[in-house]
Design a protein around this ligand. Sequence first.
Ligand code: PGA
Length: 267
Amino acid sequence: MTPVLPLDNGSMATVKYRMRKPFIAANWKMHKTIPEALAFLSAFLPLVKDVTDVTIVLAPPFTALARVSEEVRGSNVRIAAQDLFFEEKGAFTGEISPVMLADVGCSYVIVGHSERRQYFFETDDVVNKKTRAAQKFGLGAIFCIGESLAEREEGKTFEVIHREIERGLDGVAPRGLVVAYEPIWAIGTGRTASPQQAQDAHAFIREKLRGFYGNEAERLCILYGGSVTPENIDSLMEKPDVDGALVGGASLKPEQFASIVTFGRKK
Ligand code: PGA
């Protein structure tokens, strides 16, 4: 449903009817020391302090989580980790458990990002275990899927998404679940999927989620990720099944990310 509303200046604006609260998350990847993260926050928090109609999430590196979480306490910003291990505790040198993430104040965790799948060989099975572990310990999982350029060119986009959802969400409840569609060819390349390409993939994902969760699927946010900027966020967010964004490069600068979070408003 997209109502057309008159504006003060007499022109008309189409306003998308939203049944889901938009969700915009910053994935800082391997960027920012603690002082850099704090400098970001002192510029960013005042810029978004009045935003109540968007869920705002920051995913700093592990080393900055505790400090950032302390700093945003009481604000409208939530914290996510970028990864987790699926065991609660034990002899897993170098790994971090969902219990530890909850302990430092994380509300969410990104799972199955394409960089984890590509550089750290995470399979659908591992991604599934991580997603379940996140849920088990009360964290919302930002579950990432998306096809490579070769797969898109071979016409396999929907096949890949289908497989990643079938395997990755096996046994996963809808509680706290957020799905991020990130075509690998659009990540960090400056090459965004067109709003229609994003919508087509999101509509397909929504349909798969209906298969898993029935009507609950209408409440789940599906984010788009891949070269999102202040310039392209508005046209992406106009699409009916695009409920938010997972933002890498453009989330590192406070003004840029604030401008994405406040999409749709006059800049
Ligand atoms: P990008 O990264 O915005 O720099 O393309 C998005 C992501 O990998 O989550």
